[in-house]
Design a binder for this molecule. Structure first.
Ligand SMILES: Nc1ncnc2c1ncn2[C@@H]1O[C@H](COP(=O)(O)OP(=O)(O)O)[C@@H](O)[C@H]1O
Ligand SMILES: [Mg+2]
Length: 394
């Protein structure tokens, strides 16, 4: 058990028992073919959940979970996606295949060398050709093959599951980013790929998909709105920040001692229960003596977070936005205004323009409409950073 800024799983994972239990039960149930979709803002714990489910499913007999993050790609091309997902699926199936073919050595072969290895020992797996198909990048140069390539990759788990009499669970993190994969000439593949995957998805009998997405707009176009390709194909779960008691649990379990109530309250209020920030403060507390942990110490650690680690993170997020979007956010945070009319007044922009930019910011998952005419930051720490740190000392 320790504090971590990486996704948490195993002994580092706390809370969320209800959803984990529901998922494990559903995903391993022979007669159910229903996957889950996580919606929730950044840093709230979606990846941790997928990794924890992956970790727990690995221990189950004849269940082969494959975790894959679209944000883990480097080039961001369809080709890279297909190659890496193929390798991840192969890696996950190593053990099953080796049992089936009594090839103990198979488990020692790195996934990238798997295909060569299978060939050298002349295994007549009927899917071998298809795997090669998916891994070979040459095929992608020919545009009309994109659809087939996607099909090969998304059916690979299904075929291996049939071959080894198991069930494949595909856990696809930041799934909507799949539409941004680049094909020829650096153009994005677009939403057509989602419709394609949906068709494949409907044919699954041994594969279950779980997906996550940070940005509400893209999750909406993928699965939440009635016009979306995946409408009603997943059990949708909104992942919220930790509650007060969860925050206490994470802190006290990792520290190994109890904290004062006013200290936990302050941590909960300043972090809004977002696990990433709770982890961060927890890490700072490890250096402190138990009896010296006071609200003042918490404020100090939190200020460090805002000005150091989070500073880098937020700067990148902030400057990836357009000038007008930044201006709107700046005034919202700095002047504590949250109604379009007020924002219009302080920015001296017309109400129309402001409304348009508020919409863009909602689509990017930065703000949400709390109620009619009232807008709030999704991440209050980001807001605080804009207000206190962004132009500080410049
Ligand atoms: N259930 C949990 N238990 C402990 N820490 C968690 C949990 N969920 C998230 N965290 C922590 O919060 C941070 C962000 O989690 P992550 O899963 O990457 O969020 P997301 O994928 O939603 O952006 C990480 O530092 C992680 O360790
Ligand atoms: Mg994540």
């Amino acid at each position: 058990m320790s504090f971590t800024l990486q996704p948490a799983c195993g002994s580092n994972f706390v809370n969320r028992e209800e959803i984990i239990n529901e998922m494990i039960e559903t995903l391993t149930h022979e007669n159910l073919l229903m996957g889950f979709a996580f919606v929730g803002s950044r840093r709230v714990g979606k990846t941790s959940l997928l990794r924890e489910v992956h970790y727990q499913l690995k221990a189950k007999d004849k269940i082969i979970p494959v975790y894959f993050s679209l944000w883990g790609l480097i080039e961001g091309t369809l080709d890279e996606f297909c190659r890496k997902l193929t390798l991840s699926i192969m890696e996950a199936y190593k053990q099953e295949l080796s049992l089936k073919y009594r090839l103990k050595d198979l488990v020692k072969v790195p996934a990238s060398k798997m295909l060569d290895f299978l060939k050298t020992i002349d295994v007549k797996i009927k899917i071998l050709e298809e795997i090669e198909f998916a891994i070979s990048s040459k095929r992608l140069e020919n545009k009309k093959d994109i659809s087939e390539t996607v099909e090969d990759v998304f059916l690979l788990g299904e075929r291996l599951a049939t071959e080894t009499k198991s069930r494949c669970i595909l856990l696809l993190d930041e799934f909507p980013s799949i539409t941004e994969l680049k094909v020829k000439n650096g153009k994005a593949i677009g939403e057509g790929i989602i419709r394609k995957i949906r068709t494949i998805h409907e044919s699954y009998t041994k594969t279950v998909c779980c997906i996550s997405g940070s940005i509400k707009k893209t999750m909406n176009t993928t699965l939440l709105s009635s016009a979306s390709p995946f409408y009603r194909q997943f059990i949708v779960k909104k992942i919220s920040p930790f509650k007060f008691e969860d925050t206490r649990l994470l802190l006290e379990r990792n520290l190994g001692f109890k904290l004062r109530e006013d200290v936990i309250s302050l941590i909960y209020n300043t972090t809004a229960g977002i696990p990433f920030y709770v982890q961060f403060i927890g890490r700072g507390l490890l250096k402190q003596k138990e009896q010296l942990i006071t609200p003042e110490v918490i404020s100090q650690i939190f200020n460090e977070l805002l000005r150091e680690e989070a500073n880098l993170l937020f700067k990148e997020e902030f400057y990836s936005l357009g000038t007008k979007e930044r201006e709107v956010l700046f005034y919202m945070a700095k002047e504590s205004v949250n109604k379009p009319s007020e924002i219009s007044r302080v920015t001296q922009e017309s109400l129309n323009v402001i409304s348009r930019y508020l919409d863009y910011l909602i689509n990017k998952g930065i703000i949400r409409r709390e109620e009619r005419g009232v807008y709030k930051f999704e991440d209050p720490i980001f807001e605080q950073w804009i207000a206190e740190v962004l132009y500080d000392g410049q």
